[in-house]
Design a protein around this ligand. Structure first.
Ligand SMILES: Cc1cc2nc3c(=O)[nH]c(=O)nc-3n(C[C@H](O)[C@H](O)[C@H](O)COP(=O)(O)OP(=O)(O)OC[C@H]3O[C@@H](n4cnc5c(N)ncnc54)[C@H](O)[C@@H]3O)c2cc1C
Length: 728
């Protein structure tokens, strides 16, 4: 262990709360902390396997090969934990998507989709027989699967997918076909060169009728040779902004046949004679989508904690400029602009974690109701998961980028881990539902809710619509966290109300509802975002209040400061909305700004303690800037020396070594050649005779030249002399 950087140590010494208390609180109890640490110990036990030449210096092909090797090691470890009862299927997520995963599989894994999508799809959409047939083989990885929904031509609009699965009753087979280039599947993780099976989403045709999209399990490669099967066109889609080890693939079908039993038939079915049996409820799949989105929110918490840990520790170590003339250079963490860049990310990581926990509980409640046939809360849950996924991924991407900028030039280095983290996070803004599209889905639910305001009891997350619509709800402004939330509730409700008015006007002037919706969609997205911010902020505040009863006063104080900071930050960010819809005055805005600055100052002494409490091991941070000991500059130089271009000075050190060896050999040089034992008559050299009479012998030999036998050559008289005398 290296010595801790002095500035970093001082920061830790002045932390006002017990860091271990916060670690335990974040994990959800000491037992959970122990389990997490156990998992980390196992997963990071083979660290040396994953280390090597930094991936940036590998070719695309080498990266893939590396990723396969590392994934196999990582998943073998998970399998071992599984056998020992230390993990469940949910923990696979830790390895695949979470921080633990990205610490050993830095740029994703070609086996990820197998765990995240392939197995859950069989579980959620396969009937019992299918689960029995496929899950054990998938579980022990004797088959590797992917999930192919998106096509070159369609991602968001899944009803527009072009791949067809046509039932042939005569052979009891489905015929899979890609009728156009745009029908090719595009994006499935691991499909390029890794998976041999795949869940494919295609338009189902039977008895000449299209029944919309359904899922099929399809073998794409031979289990022995791994060669693509006849009728399958498959490959990798190429380099991307990030996740370059994931081996995303393309897939096309040329009248490829599969057995009828390979359609996943938990919900809808095709009978042997081709009769289509409809799903009991078209929305039953929403549950699985919600689950994945909750998991994404948890992933964002991890990545955000990582980025802000790196940037905050670096800001404590880095000194730049003087605050006052003559003083020593200042830790950049002392600049309030730097605190403004970083502290909201610390607060957001807590806000997102608390909200995700809450969403998880709601998900489980609603799932239970679903199993009893009660679908009442499903639309609310779906709307909630959509906006939370969209807002947390977008905010996290923005915060990670801000953390990178906060590290100046060093944040731009791959070795800081910030660029790679950004690549992982920004992908989540697109996959599992593109963010704008998701916010529009939430908006649709909010519009419906608003339109039924007077006639219906509202579900919990939108219950505030009714109170916020009451006349006296916000007739004066108070600069408190509760005041801010009330203000933002009014904003969300009024924004939706305004959208409804605008759309109604447009329709009354002859526009179709669809065109009115599209024309109003920028405002609808903003309204859905406003609603989501109300949910995140109020959940955060309530939970901090709730936990205050069980935690130490010091910890309570700092968590309150974080919750306050988060509320004030977003109130100031959304000032134009507050000015438009609430009675906030100029004076109150000014005092809000002062309050924000004072809160930054209060949090400043605890900044390093707060990120230490995310408890991320150096192996998980993988950053030259963020390690626990703060050896920033040494690590930057060590990493720089791993560049293959710096390998060239090796020649120089080779030369030095050579020279040293020569010096060592020098005393024995003559002895060594004498040992060849060559007599002078064999050497026949003026220079190399045993006695070393070099000069003498040179002269003796010179005298043997025939020219030397006569003092003047006859040519002198014949040519040279007349030439010199001008006679020639
Ligand atoms: C890293 C990564 C991994 C992926 N992995 C997989 C995978 O394993 N399997 C798989 O099947 N897919 C995968 N995908 C694909 C992913 O699911 C799609 O990219 C995503 O659903 C968005 O679809 P799209 O790319 O067609 O974008 P589009 O839908 O074409 O979106 C483009 C733009 O159009 C806008 N837009 C689209 N529709 C509307 C609308 N109705 N109203 C307003 N605006 C609209 C969007 O807001 C966006 O700005 C992956 C994608 C990424 C980036």
């Amino acid at each position: 262990m290296h010595k801790i950087n002095e500035d970093l140590q001082k920061e830790r010494d002045k932390c006002s709360f017990n860091i271990q208390d916060l670690i335990t609180l974040i994990d959800g109890g000491p037992e959970k902390t122990r389990e997490r640490k156990d998992r980390e110990n196992v997963m990071l036990s083979k660290r040396e396997v994953f280390d090597g030449v930094p991936e940036e210096y590998l070719s695309h092909k080498e990266r893939y090969e590396n990723a396969i090797r590392n994934s196999v090691v990582a998943f073998s470890l998970v399998r071992k934990m599984q056998e020992e009862g230390k993990t469940s299927i949910n923990n696979y997520r830790d390895v695949v998507g979470g921080l633990l995963g990205s610490s050993v599989l830095r740029d994703g894994s070609p086996l990820g989709l197998h765990y995240i999508m392939f197995m859950p799809a069989i579980l959620n959409q396969g009937n019992e027989e299918q689960q029995e047939k496929w899950l054990p083989r998938a579980w022990n990885c004797s088959i590797i699967g992917s999930y192919a929904q998106t096509e070159l031509g369609h991602g968001t609009f899944i009803r527009g997918l072009e791949t067809t699965a046509t039932y042939d009753a005569a052979t009891k087979q489905f015929v899979l076909h890609s009728p156009t280039l745009t029908a090719y599947k595009w994006w499935p993780g691991g499909l390029g060169q890794t998976a041999n099976y795949c869940i494919v989403v295609a338009q189902l045709y039977t008895k000449g009728q299209c029944h919309g999209i359904h899922s099929f399990i399809i073998q794409v490669r031979d289990e022995e040779t791994h060669m693509p099967l006849p009728g399958i066109k498959i490959g990798e889609i190429g380099a991307k902004l990030g996740l370059n080890a994931v081996n995303n693939g393309f897939l096309g079908f040329d009248n490829f046949r599969i057995p009828r039993t390979n359609m996943l038939m938990k919900h809808a079915q095709v009978l042997e004679d081709g009769t289509y049996v409809k799903s009991r409820h078209s929305k039953l799949n929403y549950g699985a989508m919600v689950f994945v989105r909750v998991v994404i929110v948890f992933d964002m918490v991890n990545y955000l904690s990582k980025a802000v840990t790196i940037a905050t520790r670096f800001s404590a170590v880095r000194r730049q400029c003087q605050l006052k003339a003559g003083e020593t250079e200042c830790q950049i963490l002392d600049y309030v602009t730097q605190q403004h860049k970083l502290f909201v990310s610390i607060a957001a990581a807590h806000a997102f974690r608390i909200t995700a926990n809450n969403l998880w509980l709601t998900f489980n409640e609603v799932n239970e109701q679903l199993s009893e046939g009660n679908l009442q809360r499903l639309p609310e849950l779906h709307a909630l998961a959509c906006c939370l996924k969209a807002v947390t991924t977008a905010d996290t991407a923005a915060c990670v980028e801000r953390c990178r900028l906060a590290c100046g030039g060093h944040g731009y280095m791959m070795s800081s881990s910030l660029p790679l983290t950004y690549g992982l996070v920004t992908a989540a803004c697109t996959y599992e539902g593109e963010n704008t599209v998701l916010l529009l889905q939430t908006a649709r639910f909010l519009v419906k809710t608003y339109q039924q305001l007077d006639s219906k009891a509202l579900t919990p997350t939108v219950a505030y619509f009714k109170s916020a619509a009451a006349e006296k709800f916000c007739d004066s402004w108070t600069n408190t966290t509760e005041g801010i939330i009330r203000g933002l509730q009014v904003v969300a409700m009024r924004k939706i109300a305004h959208c409804v008015i605008v759309m109604t006007n447009r329709v009354s002037k002859g526009m179709t509802f669809e065109d009115a919706w599209n024309m109003t969609s920028v405002q609808l997205v903003a309204a859905a975002e406003a609603h989501c911010r109300v949910i995140i902020m109020s959940t955060f505040l309530e939970e901090v209040k709730e936990m205050s009863r069980t935690i130490s006063p010091k910890l309570k104080e700092v968590l309150h400061q974080l919750a306050e900071l988060y509320c004030i930050y977003w109130a100031l960010e959304k000032l134009s909305d507050l000015l438009l819809y609430t009675p906030i005055s100029q004076k109150e805005v000014e005092s809000l700004r002062l309050w924000y600055e004072e809160t930054l100052t209060k949090l400043r002494p605890n900044a390093v303690g707060l990120v230490d409490a995310f408890d991320l091991r150096d192996e998980m941070l993988q950053s030259t800037l963020g390690s626990y000991d703060g050896r920033v500059y040494e690590r930057l130089m060590e990493e720089a020396m791993k560049s293959p271009l710096n390998a060239e000075p090796e020649v120089e050190s080779l030369r030095l070594w050579y020279e040293e060896t020569l010096t060592k050999l020098r005393p024995n040089a003559v002895g060594l050649v004498d040992a060849f034992d060559l007599r002078d008559e064999m050497l026949q050299s003026t220079l190399g005779s045993y006695d070393g009479r070099v000069y003498e012998r040179l002269m003796e030999e010179a005298m043997k030249s025939p020219l030397n036998a006569e003092p003047v050559n006859h040519t002198f008289h014949k040519y040279l002399k007349p030439f010199m005398q001008g006679k020639l």
